[in-house]
Design a binder for this molecule. Structure first.
Ligand code: FHN
Length: 455
């Protein structure tokens, strides 16, 4: 009898565990990348000496085709593309004094927008360290600004429960002899690069890990360009250093774009690239709000909030993250265009959070103009989220789900029911018009998930 009771108890416990597992659909083996996959949305910051130039130098503004390498909007490349002499560029350090910088304000802005991690350029290609480095005196310590920017940000991230990441340009370094140069300049020899690698790149990464304990490191290479310098051996040497110093710190695939290998944590697409299919492992798109990453005072190409929300939904539907960039001004504040957009996006993510964070991807796109994610609810019901990525003008959508299978269909933000009608073995949803410049999200609850949405 007692034996029977024990068995019943074991069965009850097992069933309870299975229900919880079913409800959250967590992978069985916890992985250091889990938080990243769940987070889906992060803030990227490009900030440094180039921010002082705002995309212009000596009467030229990017893009400027009168200069041989001037046709780019990327203001963080101003030193090279606008041909700023080395001494003049270095002298910008004396002007770097962002007295209005408020780490908590930045992190609050990220949090309110629904971003769950934050990545800042600790060192971009110009070689300038945004912290007081013991490795190089081309750093924050040589500016009039005697505060610890990365330390203040680390504290703010801790306070607001936001993961912290550093971008570190491990390959390109335009200041240090031996660092890689733009493609139109002579590249350092392998020996010279090795000196830079051992004396600056690796020691600064170690310093960042030991001093600030980041959750993520964002390295940067593109296409095949770094092939001669970032060999698999150097890639693995850098990975080994990070794993030794901080086993939980994530590493992105751009550590070696052409050959990331099996030991990185997630893939990074090209700039503003949104693939049409998932990439088979965690991945992310680094994306701009306008064309430039660093502050560009004359870049008018700001994307609408609706466009960026649609891109976030697109990536989430394919199991990818969206790392959205802001180029702060030299005084330490965010441009007003960025703030307005962060606010719109924040309203959307707050109203539609369950469709993004922790929701599973659905790679099928049976209806034009829609993207999907899904989850299993606590009672075993399947919930399919539908994003109308072309905006609120769309009035109807046909889904390959039998009406008899559907138990509820609502607009997610306010739970207003959606009219459903059985049609040709599927269901036709009819929507009421929504607000402009946003992406409406609906959900359909059903007893059984059709195979097409399980992919
Ligand atoms: O050259 C950089 C560029 O300035 C920016 O940092 C982007 C961000 O993805 N990465 C490189 C180009 O892909």
């Amino acid at each position: 009898m007692a034996k029977n009771i024990v068995w019943i108890l074991v069965l009850v416990m097992l069933t309870a565990t299975m229900n919880i597992a079913g409800a959250t659909e967590k992978s069985e083996t916890p992985n250091r990348v889990d938080w990243f996959v769940e987070a889906r949305f992060g803030m990227f910051i490009h900030w440094g000496l180039y921010s002082i130039l705002g995309g212009s130098w000596n009467g030229h503004t990017l893009p400027d085709k009168s200069l041989p390498n001037g046709s780019s909007w990327y203001a963080e490349w101003a030193q090279k593309r606008l041909e700023v002499p080395r001494a003049d560029y270095r002298a910008l350090a004396q002007k770097f004094n962002p007295v209005e910088f408020d780490a908590e304000q930045w992190i609050r802005n990220a949090k309110q927008a629904g971003m769950r991690y934050f990545v800042i350029t600790a060192k971009h290609h110009d070689g300038f360290a945004l912290w007081d480095s013991n490795v190089s005196d081309y750093d924050l310590g040589s500016t009039p600004f005697k505060r610890d920017i990365l330390g203040e940000l680390a504290e703010a991230c801790e306070k607001y429960d936001i993961k912290l990441g550093f971008y570190y340009s491990h390959w390109q370094d335009w200041e240090y002899k031996g660092g890689a140069r733009p493609k139109w300049e002579k590249q350092p020899s392998s020996e010279s690069f090795e000196k830079y690698w051992q004396k600056k790149s690796l020691p600064q990464v170690k310093e960042l890990l030991q001093r600030y304990d980041p959750d993520l490191l964002w390295f940067d290479t593109w296409r095949n360009a770094s092939k001669n310098h970032i060999t698999p051996k150097r890639r693995d040497e850098l990975i080994a250093l990070v794993r030794k110093e901080s086993p939980d710190c994530l590493i992105n695939g751009r550590i070696c774009y052409h050959n990331p290998g099996p030991d990185i944590d997630f893939l990074e697409t090209g700039d503003n690239r949104h693939p049409a299919k998932g990439l088979g492992r965690p991945w992310q798109t680094p994306a701009t709000m306008c064309r430039s990453w660093g502050w560009h005072a004359n870049d008018p190409n700001w994307k609408s909030s609706g466009k960026m929300i649609a891109l976030l939904a697109h990536n989430a539907s394919l199991g990818g993250n969206y790392l959205l960039n802001i180029g702060p001004k030299p005084n330490g504040t965010f441009p007003s265009q960025a703030l307005e957009r962060l606010e719109d996006i924040g309203e959307w993510t707050a109203a539609n959070s369950e469709s993004i964070y922790g929701a599973k991807p659905v790679s099928a796109t049976p209806s034009w103009g829609a993207r999907y994610t899904r989850r299993v609810l606590g009672d075993g019901t399947h919930r399919l989220y539908i994003f109308l990525v072309d905006g609120p003008k769309r009035a109807r959508l046909k889904l390959p789900i039998q009406s008899s299978n559907i138990t509820a269909c609502m607009r997610l933000a306010d739970k207003v029911p959606v009219a459903c009608k059985s049609i040709d073995g599927g269901t036709l949803l009819t929507f009421k018009p929504g607000e402009e410049n946003t992406i409406p999200v609906f959900y359909v609850d059903m007893k059984k998930l059709p195979a097409i949405f399980a992919k």
